[in-house]
Design a binder for this molecule. Structure first.
Ligand SMILES: [Zn+2]
Length: 263
């Protein structure tokens, strides 16, 4: 790995990744929120959610603005939700992990962009129970753009496309059966499409772990975080979290699993 070959390069890469991650966390949190509320995420200035005062450059520095302003708006002194800070810190950490796991490579860039899509759709799903098609289309476009650099042969490309079809169709059939049994909508269409994208990125075996893990995370989420939400609960963030975990350790688990069969 190039990034570990020279300590100053490692430090430089980690710092740049942390800054870029925090900036994109700030942007994605805002974009997810705006999409969920039917607003354009490219047009319009950032405003304080309480007093609607337009925010200046000093208010928009990721992490630092929140910390130095004590988590309060500079104009109306109202408390700002810690979710802004959390979003920036999570994406900063994930960006650093991408560099440490995947080196300075196209795979690193691909995974960071994919994680960004997952993060944005999670915000929108938590906010308004929708998984925006745009985030899924962007994720597929990133995967396609990365293909020429993947080193995949036709067989591997075919396996990943098959995996996408298997998990997308499998979850669709399962959700239709559940709908009939429960007599209500069990999984949203967005969830089904998200499983399709997950299958495309992770392949057949790692996707299996990801599905199981997303069910576990979803269950914990229902038990601890969303008691008050009643019967409606966003599954997208659980699938996104499980997929992110598998991006980092999917190969390890897949090899261990196939090793059980002497493969
Ligand atoms: Zn304010």
């Amino acid at each position: 790995m190039i990034v570990y070959s020279y300590t100053p390069l490692l430090v430089f890469s980690v710092v740049i990744a942390a800054v870029l991650g925090a900036v994109s966390g700030s942007f994605l949190n805002c974009a997810g929120w705006r999409i969920a509320h039917g607003e354009s995420f490219v047009k319009g200035k950032s405003r304080c959610p309480s007093c609607s005062h337009e925010l200046g450059a000093l208010d928009l520095i990721p992490v630092f603005s929140y910390v130095f302003l004590g988590g309060k708006c500079r104009y109306c002194k109202k408390k700002i939700s810690p979710r802004y800070l959390v979003a920036e810190l999570i994406m900063a950490a994930l960006a650093v992990m991408c560099v440490l796991f995947f080196d300075l490579s196209f795979l690193c860039l691909r995974n960071f962009l994919f994680i960004s899509c997952l993060f944005c759709l999670s915000v929108a799903d938590l906010e308004a129970f929708i998984i925006p098609n745009g985030t899924l289309i962007a994720a597929v476009a990133v995967w396609l753009a990365w293909l020429p650099f993947s080193g995949y042969g036709w067989a591997e490309i075919g396996l990943h496309v098959l995996s996408a079809a298997v998990y997308g169709a499998g979850v669709l059939v399962l959700s239709l059966i559940m709908d009939k049994l429960l007599k209500k909508e069990s999984l949203g269409g967005g969830d089904v499409k998200l499983f399709f994208v997950m299958g495309l990125y992770l392949g057949l075996v790692a996707s299996l772990f990801s599905v199981m893990l997303s069910c576990v995370i979803g269950l914990l989420f229902v038990l601890f975080a969303r008691k008050k939400a009643g019967e409606h609960f966003p599954f997208g963030p659980s699938i996104a979290a499980a997929t992110t975990v598998m991006l980092f350790c999917g190969d390890l688990l897949t090899n261990a699993y196939l090793g059980l069969f002497g493969g």
